[in-house]
Design a protein around this ligand. Structure first.
Ligand code: PLP
Length: 376
């Protein structure tokens, strides 16, 4: 049978076998509500507490600074809205034009409530320059929210410097690390983030679970009101199996991080070596410091959507650089932000390699891509 190639790991990853195995007993056998006082529930409480400790250890945090959420979208919503509503004096939020919609729409929501939002733009390779942030900051800025790495073009930001600049103006710093965590080293003792969003399904955990790191004493209001779970800040019966799977997947990824990084970089090189064997013209987006395995390339004058569908017919899953909006194929806000010309932006695709992809996969992807592009 023909092999199916999955190369859209920035969209989601396959749950690891270990994470799946660890979570199964908590779905069927040990199903107690962790808030109950009896022995049966105590096991679940202990497992949640161990998962929290393990996640905290993976990023250098304290367990009480890890708050479980339903994923990256909720974490971003909470960080942005929860911070705005916590403060009456410094009202302004600064973010970038090329954040994920979870951040952009949350910023839009607080804007509607009367909180000013300022947007800064990246340069041509998708980098937020520290001086751009410096020029935008003032004593009115309460929060700066800048993603660790971009989900469409993979650019890793000079995040430590950006965080330090925000702090020098007395602002709180949040990073959406959804694409980065579990793939590049992140430690909240080395970088002084106040808040950090994460989502399990991007690091081989299940979908619908994530966390928000909130450093001790950071001003934030509860996001979901109800029971007293998550120290009263995020109510709702805990999803014990998913929490355990997330902790297992993160630990596994962190333990193998170096090895996976090297492998994905090698797979990237194989892909580009294969592409360079032809004289097809393409642009590599995102500059030189990108997430390992995230390849954004543009074929000027081609249609990224058409390439995606032809690749799909060939049994290969990739993504485009543009989001479909009803009948119109709009150019993505990220590609607009880096000033990619329209012809190139429309011909952009994203190939995101995972730790389980192989050299043969990369050769096959490049070979199919070359056929598709040459046949146009
Ligand atoms: N932030 C970024 C950068 C993402 O790439 C995504 C998902 O694609 C999210 C947030 C949303 O995460 P989730 O799917 O867990 O809601």
């Amino acid at each position: 049978m023909k092999k199916y190639i999955y190369a859209d790991n920035a969209a989601t990853t396959q749950i690891s076998s270990k994470a799946l195995e660890k979570m199964m007993p908590w779905i069927h056998d040990m199903y107690a509500n962790a808030s109950q006082p009896y022995t049966f529930a105590r096991q679940a409480r202990k497992a949640i507490s161990e998962a929290r400790e393990s996640i905290a250890e993976c990023i250098g945090a304290k367990p009480e600074e890890i708050f479980f959420t339903s994923g990256g979208t909720e974490s971003d919503n909470w960080a942005i809205k929860g911070s705005a509503l916590s403060e009456k004096k410094r009202l302004e939020t600064i973010t970038t034009v090329f954040e994920h919609q979870a951040v952009l729409k949350s910023c839009n929501a607080i804007k509607q409530m009367g909180y000013p939002v300022k947007y800064i733009s990246p340069n041509g390779v998708g980098m937020i320059l520290p001086r751009e942030l410096k020029d935008s900051l003032s004593d009115k800025t309460r929060l700066v929210s800048i993603m660790y790495a971009n989900n469409e073009i993979g650019t890793i930001q000079p995040i430590k410097e950006l965080c330090e600049i925000a702090h020098s103006f007395g602002a709180v710093f949040h990073t959406d690390a959804v694409q980065a965590i579990g793939h590049v080293p992140i430690n909240v003792q080395q970088i002084d983030f106040d808040m950090l969003s994460a989502s399990a399904h991007k690091f081989n955990g299940p979908k619908g679970i994530g966390f928000l790191f909130v450093r001790h004493a950071t001003k934030i209001i509860p996001f979901i009101d109800g029971g007293s779970q998550e120290q009263g800040y995020r109510a709702g019966t805990e999803n014990v199996p998913f929490i355990i799977a997330m902790a297992t997947a993160l630990k596994e990824n962190i333990e193998n991080l170096k090895e996976n990084q090297t492998k994905k970089k090698l797979l990237e090189s194989t892909f580009f070596a294969e592409m360079n064997k032809s004289n097809i013209k393409f642009i590599k987006n995102g500059g030189s410091n990108t997430l390992p395995g995230l390849i954004s390339i543009s074929f000027p004058g081609y249609d990224g959507e058409a390439i995606l569908h032809r690749m799909d017919l060939a049994g290969i899953s990739i993504s485009t650089g543009s989001a479909c909006n009803g009948m119109n194929t709009e150019i993505s806000h990220v590609l607009k932000a880096i000033n990619l010309d329209e012809k190139s932006a429309k011909g952009t695709i994203r190939i995101s390699v995972g730790k389980d992809n192989t050299t043969e996969d990369m050769v096959e992807i490049a070979s199919k891509l070359k056929i598709i592009v040459l046949e146009k």
